[in-house]
Design a protein around this ligand. Structure first.
Ligand code: ATP
Ligand code: MG
Length: 236
């Protein structure tokens, strides 16, 4: 197997003096989608924010073998760590085209790839992003990250609050995106995890409590009930 794109070792992090990530270690392979699972409030978002240096952290983070844990956020972003935050965070009063233009960092942004992946957004280029549906806003958020040649994307709960039909659209977009960039995906919708993720890590109480193949975890009903508080039986 090729070297991991991201290696996190004994990561801890705090917000306003309170420790929210206790001791997190995991590896993200250089291809495909790796899921981060765990109940509400266990530290999934904080782990991503700690990797990005958005909150004060300790521990070791390697991007393609090079340490990034001592770098400020803008340098981590320049090295190629893309972020699609929880709640999307598009510029509501700007158009779709403006949102995308503002995200371009590289000299050769992947405009054609994004246009092919999101034809619906291209048809809405002049529409204010704040007037888009939640699913369309999520597409804008993913598209922004895909414009640049990132080495990994950190994607936080992209399907949260979306209608079931739209969940499928977002999942398909992520599946296509993963063909060009590895993705670390926080996702509570276990059907989406089952469809997309290769590996998975489970966080509880600020620590990684389980690592394995996503399907093996989801197929273990006792494990998912204990660690996630839900049954992962396939709904179809
Ligand atoms: N800005 C903040 N100030 C204080 N505590 C915070 C802040 N953000 C998060 N926390 C706390 O840190 C812990 C981890 O939160 P985090 O958002 O990382 O969890 P999560 O696994 O992403 O949860 P969710 O599933 O709800 O998105 C929680 O106990 C939360 O209350
Ligand atoms: Mg979260």
């Amino acid at each position: 197997m090729s070297a991991p794109i991201l290696t996190v070792t004994h990561l801890s992090a705090s917000i306003a003096g309170q420790q929210v990530v206790e001791d997190v270690s995991f590896e993200v392979p250089a291809t495909g989608i790796t899921a981060v699972l765990g109940r509400n409030g266990v530290g999934k978002t904080s782990t991503m924010r700690a990797v990005l240096g958005l909150i004060s952290r300790r521990g070791k983070v390697l991007l393609a073998g090079e340490r990034i844990d001592g770098l400020p956020t803008h340098r981590i972003v320049q090295r190629g760590v893309g972020y699609v935050p929880e709640d999307r965070e598009v510029f509501a009063s700007l158009t779709v085209a403006e949102n995308l233009a503002l995200a371009e960092r590289d000299s050769k942004p992947r405009r054609e790839f994004v246009a092919e992946l999101f034809p619906d957004l291209m048809a809405r280029r002049s529409q204010l992003a704040g007037t888009l549906s939640g699913g369309q806003q999520q597409m804008v958020s993913v598209a922004r990250a895909l414009l640049n040649d990132n080495r990994i994307l950190l994607v936080d709960e992209p399907t949260k609050g979306l209608a079931p039909k739209i969940v499928g659209d977002v999942a398909r977009a992520l599946q296509e995106a993963a063909k060009i960039v590895p993705i670390l995906l926080v996702e509570q919708n276990l059907d989406v995890v089952r469809a997309l993720a290769d590996g998975a890590i489970v966080i509880a109480g600020g620590r990684v409590v389980h690592t394995g193949k996503a399907r093996d975890i989801l197929d273990d009903d006792a494990l998912t009930t204990r660690l996630l508080g839900v049954s992962a039986e396939v709904h179809s």
